[in-house]
Design a protein around this ligand. Sequence first.
Ligand SMILES: Nc1ncnc2c1ncn2[C@@H]1O[C@H](COP(=O)(O)OP(=O)(O)OP(=O)(O)O)[C@@H](O)[C@H]1O
Ligand SMILES: [Mg+2]
Length: 280
Amino acid sequence: MIVFQSITKRYTKGAQPALDGVSLEVHAKQFCVVLGPSGSGKSTLLRTVNGLVRPTSGRVLVGGTPVLPRTTKIIRRRVGMIHQQFNLVPRLSVLDNVIAGALPVVPHWRVLLRRWPVSLERRACELLESVNLKPAYLQRRVSELSGGEQQRVAIARAFIARPDVVLADEPVASLDPSTSRTVLALLRSAAEQTGATVLCSLHQVDLARAFSDRIVAMRAGKVVFDGAPDLLQKETVSTIYSDGGPKSARETELLTESKRPADTKPESNAGSAQQMAAAR
Ligand SMILES: Nc1ncnc2c1ncn2[C@@H]1O[C@H](COP(=O)(O)OP(=O)(O)OP(=O)(O)O)[C@@H](O)[C@H]1O
Ligand SMILES: [Mg+2]
């Protein structure tokens, strides 16, 4: 489904390349996690798939179509994206944000009047239900939602145009560990239901092992491991995160459990219920 052929990306002449000769084939329906420390090239790799980053050399193909300036429009209809910071429009409703994922295929007049086809509204509702957001959420402003709820809206948005591929760039980096697991499980289940191929960057080894079919680990722009999650040895993880010196506390944390503190509002059913009651 996604083919990377000897991809090199050099943002600045003479500097170390962000991607250094990456060749990979991600098969249809695979849930492939790209793992690696900060600066290893994960986002750059993902962004070459929808043309947000143009490789300096090499080619990327999505479903056999090369990603080029002239094919970007077609490619973006087939590729959904989920971002670390959700990238939703806070003042718009949950429903409008989900439907925004289908804008490339919605006529312009409908966008101006915000009059959506019934079929699209129905699909948005189904997707929101599949990520466990109740119908009462449809007309709520996104700015009122917790981080976990917002990321669930972002998942629904990414899947609304029935994409072949979904790119998820550190989709749980702003969430607490328990919400991260919920969100990744929902992402995985949405992918299974729709048959989409997922390329998801993460830096938590435990989450990569728990949710992927395949792990591609990167270091300094190169692939240093590519295989099934249970084949990823602790020693390999040490190599990926080692900098030649003693391990930092951060790296030790990455090697064990993800103990990232919650830096967004924690998910709380009680909180949501109160907000829904207040909104009524
Ligand atoms: N627009 C840019 N201009 C110049 N250099 C860039 C740009 N984007 C990324 N880089 C550099 O390319 C390298 C890889 O960056 P990238 O964002 O792909 O890493 P990453 O693995 O996603 O890191 P993180 O986990 O911090 O998100 C880094 O050295 C980064 O500084
Ligand atoms: Mg990144």
